[in-house]
Design a protein around this ligand. Structure first.
Ligand code: PLP
Length: 492
């Protein structure tokens, strides 16, 4: 299996090199030359546990890894870091199956991929005779930073620096990051906003002299963002896993097609579901759910992607995105792997903030439905699901749940899967507001207690452990000093 760029077919990299590089030099994303078909009948996979299934899927994408190497990555990732051996359990409530992707260390779905990425990277480095230390640089608006820290902490051959806007993340997000353990971690507050952090990191990646100096010190720089195929491919696994579980429990029959509804931001999670479908998972519709930042909803309806609009802050912040990076991969696939077309559309997005796809390409979108939920609909959905079933969902999952309910009658296929992307404990304030009406309480630990009373679901260690965790990172810097700070970290 080789990977080419969405913008250049002559680029051909092995899986391990594509993982190491992250992004193609031409600005494109790496895509498999062809999406592999499952090499077994789905029914044959029915009795596999999460790790065994992960191997069956990932071996098709990362075929330059030996069996031992891949099993090492999978077994190191999906272990008792997760609070259930099922890794991604299913809960039935209100006529849908909620696929809970939040049982990892940071109680959000980013853990599903960021638990394995560090191992994929270190094995990739070894395979390519790179013996430098890999330094991950990440700018975060909150969630990704913590999941990346938790993934890379203590992983030999790597270190990680996370930059976050000092006054731009929630108290719980900040606490999660500054208490991070591990000698190879560093967390830095920046006096600026998320864009300042992001631009600072981009500036470092684009500074050839700095990268050379780092290399001389035995270090290569990399990033952990969601366009790396080392993050995308592991996300395919849980869609198969959920289907197989439904099959095993007799809730669906062989070849029954299911609907999958995904709360979407950067388009990574739903793209993984699209890959699963192309590999042979029986899917009826993929439903792309947006919040008030409904640029994707408009795109699926009109064929025109237009980011020229106001950015709206919502209670589902991980979906507050106007440029969904992974959509580029879908454009490439629905254009018949047309790199020129993909390049042209991406150039139009860069210069004018919008593009329009052809009628022919729109046909490739027929397996998608799209919907959006307003803030009010999101709150109402949390309350309604709770009152009808006792099940408590977070704000992101609620967007998907509300969208599914709106579209339900128009869908064929009996069973619907909702990707449940965060624990309600992660957004306890909003969830309690939805269920109880107003809440004046701001203390995160009191909110957590209240949510426990409401839901009866055990408070995750990721939250309760924060209360007495010592602060290990307390540095705040000016935006202009980011590069200098990375330099100092290299010299330690
Ligand atoms: C990142 C995230 C999303 C969006 O996922 P994408 O892959 O970016 O579309 C949704 N919900 C939560 C809780 C997230 O952290």
């Amino acid at each position: 299996m080789l990977y080419n760029s969405t913008r250049d077919k002559t680029v051909k990299l092995t899986p391990s090199l594509a993982i190491l590089k992250g992004l193609s030099d031409d600005g494109g994303l790496f895509v498999p030359e062809r999406i592999p078909a499952l090499d077994k009948k789905i029914e044959e996979l029915k009795d596999l546990d999460y790790r065994e299934l992960a191997y069956e899927i990932l071996k098709l994408y990362f075929d330059d890894f030996t069996k031992e190497e891949l099993l090492h990555c999978i077994n190191s990732a999906y272990d008792d870091k997760f609070d259930t051996p099922e890794i991604a359990p299913l809960t039935y409530a209100d006529g849908a199956y909620y696929l809970e992707l939040f049982h990892g260390k940071t109680i959000a779905f980013k853990d599903m991929a960021l638990s394995i990425l560090p191992y994929l990277m270190t094995v990739s480095a070894k395979k390519n005779a790179v013996d430098d230390n890999i330094l991950i640089l990440t700018a975060t608006s909150g969630d990704t930073g913590k999941a990346a820290l938790a993934g890379f902490a203590g992983v030999e051959g790597t270190s990680i620096m996370v930059f976050y806007p000092k006054d731009g993340v929630s108290r719980i997000q900040e606490l999660q990051m500054v208490t991070q353990e591990g000698d190879n971690t560093s967390v830095i507050g920046v006096k600026g906003n998320f864009d300042d952090c992001q631009n600072g990191v981009k500036g470092i990646f684009n500074d050839a002299a700095f990268i050379r100096q780092a290399k001389e010190k035995g270090c290569i720089l990399s990033s952990a963002n969601s366009i790396n195929i080392g993050r995308l491919c592991p996300q395919i696994v849980y869609y198969f896993y959920a289907y197989l579980r439904l099959l095993r429990e007799g809730r669906i029959n062989e070849k029954d097609r299911i609907n999958i509804c995904v709360p979407t931001g950067n388009f990574g999670n739903i793209l993984a579901a699209y890959y699963a479908m192309q590999m042979g998972l029986p899917v009826s519709k993929l439903i792309c759910a947006s919040n008030d930042n409904k640029v994707l909803y408009d795109f699926f309806g009109t064929g025109c992607y237009d980011r020229n609009r106001d950015f709206i802050l919502t209670v589902s912040p991980s979906m507050d995105i106007l440029i969904s990076s992974n959509l580029e991969r879908l454009l490439y696939h629905i254009s018949g792997d047309d790199t020129e077309m993909t390049s042209r559309l991406m150039e139009a997005l860069k210069t004018g903030g919008k593009y329009e796809i052809t009628e022919k390409m729109r046909e490739g979108l027929s397996c998608f439905e799209a919907g959006f939920a307003t803030e009010e609909e999101t709150f109402d959905e949390i309350k309604r699901v709770y009152e009808d079933t006792g099940y408590v969902i977070d704000t992101h999952t609620a967007v998907a749940s509300a969208v599914l309910r709106k579209l339900r009658d128009s869908l064929s296929g009996e069973s619907c899967l909702v990707a449940s992307t965060a624990s309600p404990y992660k957004f306890a304030g909003s969830v309690i507001r939805a269920i109880r009406g107003k809440t004046e309480e701001e203390d995160i630990f009191k909110l957590t207690e209240s949510l426990y009373e409401i839901s009866g679901v055990r408070i995750p260690d990721a939250v309760s452990g924060l209360k007495d965790a010592p602060v290990r990172h307390d540095k705040t810097i000016e935006t202009a000093d980011m590069k200098k700070t990375v330099g100092e970290f290299l010299d330690r």
